[in-house]
Design a protein around this ligand. Sequence first.
Ligand code: HEC
Ligand code: HEC
Ligand code: HEC
Ligand code: HEC
Length: 463
Amino acid sequence: MSRWPNLPLARTYLRAPWVVLFALGGCCAFAANPSPALGLFNGAGGCAASSCHGSVQARRVLRIPQNEYTIWVTRDKHARAFQVLSNEASRRIGRLLDESAADPKDKIGAPSQAGKCLACHSLNVPTEKKALSFDASDGVSCENCHGPASGWLGAHTARDWKHEDSVRLGMVDLRSLTHRAENCLTCHLGTPEKFVDHAMIAAGHPDLTFDLELFSAVMPKHWVEPADQPWRSIQSEMVGGAVQLRESLLRLQRRAATEQWPEYAELDCFACHHSLTKPEESWRQQVGYAGRQAGVPQWNESRYVVFRSLANQMNRDSLQQLDSEMTKLAHLMGHLSGNRQEISEAAGRAAAAAQQLAKQFESATFDRGTTLRLMRGLAEDGARISAKGERAAEQSAMTLDDLYTAYSGTDKNNDTPTGKAIAGLFDLVNNPSAYSAPRFAAQLQKVNALLAAEKTPPPAPRP
Ligand code: HEC
Ligand code: HEC
Ligand code: HEC
Ligand code: HEC
């Protein structure tokens, strides 16, 4: 990969007379263009200089360690997101989609040049939105998340410049956990313009699952959360959970309103993709089909059941609206020949209720005791969650892992019995077609027993 796709051009930009570099605590600053155009993209090269965000080591001169570009380019899969569009898997996806295209104009051609793929795998913006020339090869880069830099790039290095000033000039406010989750989910769940559906999945695209806190850690984070909010990761779990639920309901609202319905990717994948066993060994027959027609695939309610069990520990009353909308929606989804229009409308109402909760959790406070309560609530709900299918089980494992990491103050979770039991949950979703709800529920019960033995939380939280 070329780290700096238009090296000559970018250098010219940096050497241009109107770009004045000052030594501002070791950070470069572009002279503030008197009235910079707002909303244009510069490409990752504009952030890469070692005196800006491309320092190899974390620096201590400014609040910002300045090694963000280096972390991204060396460790973050986003920097490789364009490259994967030329690999074997992508070529196969492209070929299978083209072979099955109903209309020749639906063919996508080479994925590395297809708008359908570039939309999520690169900074794919029209030429008139580019402040300088760059191509897609940087993958998912700074401005995919932070927003177009033209408005604030020049000014944001000034000493008394505030984050809010940048936001005013077009930066996405990723400090807000709601906006952060929304931003990730544009690609990790999809929008009306860019999406991953069952056709793409059947052609080989990975199914999209997400958990704000866990995925941020895996990226890995190139930022430090504010020191005065030690329980921010729990807040991110709650806000992220609510926003993800809301976005998934809005996606259902859209999909149910189109001709491409039923959309299999809205259902529990392993309701269909599992092998048959003898009736006496079938946990699905044991659990039964409460609330839906026998044999209709389970709806993928993973984002609801897990989030609900957490939110229930925080404020039972505020859940009423969401619960009542979700009950109606679940009934409609249990009868797939049901009215698409009704499904779409019900999903829209449930999404509004989820948004209310996202707002509440943005301003709620969390501590170690709450974290323990959240974990216990989730583990106690084990039977209900695991019966909702593999995706619900997986979401609960990711969530417990986040909560326990914050609770124990270390990411070496495997050193404790509880940490080991949580790791055991992941083992049970490794082969999703062989998923067994009773086994997952039993493991959650083990976690619950270990959590019950936790004393009132000792004082020392994470550093
Ligand atoms: C809605 C956004 C979106 C669209 C559109 C999209 N992708 Fe992806 N793609 C993702 C995300 C997000 C991941 C990472 C999923 C994960 O690991 O959780 C991914 C992962 C992949 C992977 C696996 C990468 C790896 O490291 O193993 C391949 C291959 C891929 N996409 C190819 C394609 C192709 C080809 C297209 C176009 C036909 C496409 N994608 C369109 C969002 C998208
Ligand atoms: C996949 C999304 C994503 C990408 C790509 C990304 N960032 Fe970030 N970045 C974030 C999030 C989320 C935060 C945390 C929000 C915050 O602290 O403002 C953050 C925080 C930062 C911060 C700290 C801001 C502060 O006020 O503490 C800097 C600096 C930064 N990113 C620079 C970069 C640069 C430079 C690149 C490209 C090399 C980049 N980021 C790419 C998501 C991203
Ligand atoms: C512009 C689209 C886009 C945005 C926005 C985005 N991602 Fe991604 N993300 C992708 C794609 C595409 C991949 C697959 C890259 C690959 O595998 O090469 C990916 C991969 C990842 C992976 C690696 C997953 C794995 O299987 O290893 C993590 C973790 C991740 N993203 C976290 C985040 C987080 C956290 C945010 C928000 C702060 C975010 N992403 C925002 C498109 C995006
Ligand atoms: C309503 C039933 C149903 C649901 C739900 C469903 N699928 Fe499928 N899926 C099918 C059918 C039918 C095929 C086509 C199989 C064939 O061509 O033999 C298929 C094909 C596939 C294939 C390609 C064939 C293979 O075995 O590799 C993959 C991968 C796949 N689905 C994954 C998923 C994922 C992931 C989900 C959830 C997001 C999902 N499916 C949800 C019925 C379903």
